[in-house]
Design a protein around this ligand. Structure first.
Ligand SMILES: *Cc1c(COP(=O)(O)O)cnc(C)c1O
Length: 218
């Protein structure tokens, strides 16, 4: 990550990260990696209801934003920063979700962020191993569309064999009480996604693996 932000900075650019699915599951070191902006949402690795977005901006980014003309009202980081300094928000936030966040942050602190990162990596490893084992058992080919080494610790996108359409597969898995997602956009019918994030563990993931295997056999 340091290499990417160094490259951005050497060209006079900022390094801004969409970590919507990553933050609180995948390792992220804002200061050490010299990032300028990281954005996330409550509904992914925080395992909270949707409705909150969190972001952090470097001092350089806030300073640059101050110089931007017509930067608008919505998501004005200068305004947000001003209020954040006083532990406030520019408008009334969704308090019920903030209480949920407070409780979840206590759980995250209790687990320890590094252990949480490690747990997510374990879930990725278990998912990759299961895909390989189950493929030979089921007599099919399916694999993460991303090469080993570049995979997300929080979500796996799995390419399905042509004989298994993605949307129908997701429906079949759902009848077993497990929600996997169809692929994103163009990948809708050729892949499906397993969100191994948040409060899941390798043990709870096993239920998902079993449901997916059953859906292939159906
Ligand atoms: C889920 C996700 C999004 C979309 O988030 P919304 O809150 O649904 O807009 C964007 N980027 C990444 C990396 C995501 O995982």
């Amino acid at each position: 990550m340091h290499a990417i932000s160094d490259l951005a900075h050497s060209h006079g650019a900022l390094c801004m990260i969409d970590s919507v699915s990553g933050l609180a599951g995948a390792e992220l070191r804002f200061d050490e990696w010299k990032l300028d902006y990281v954005l996330t949402g409550s509904q992914k690795s925080f395992a909270l209801p949707s409705g909150l977005a969190f972001a952090v901006a470097s001092e350089e980014m806030v300073e640059l934003a101050k110089k931007a003309e017509n930067r608008g009202v919505y998501f004005d980081i200068v305004e947000m920063d001003k209020y954040a300094q006083q532990n406030q928000t520019p408008a009334t936030p969704a308090f019920s979700l903030m209480y949920a966040l407070e409780a979840q942050l206590e759980w995250i602190a209790r687990e320890g962020i590094e252990k949480r990162w490690a747990r997510h990596l374990e879930m990725l490893t278990a998912t990759s191993a299961w895909l390989e084992d189950s493929a030979s058992r089921l007599g099919i080919t399916w694999e993460n569309i991303v090469a080993a080494g570049n995979r997300s610790p929080t979500v796996s996108t799995v390419r399905l064999p042509e004989s298994i359409p993605g949307r129908a597969f997701v429906q079949k898995v759902k009848t077993r009480g497990i929600q996997v997602a169809t692929g994103y956009g163009k990948l809708g019918d050729t892949t499906f996604r397993i969100g191994h994030m948040g409060d899941h563990t390798v043990e709870t993931l096993r239920n998902c693996f079993a449901a997916c295997e059953q859906a292939v056999r159906d």
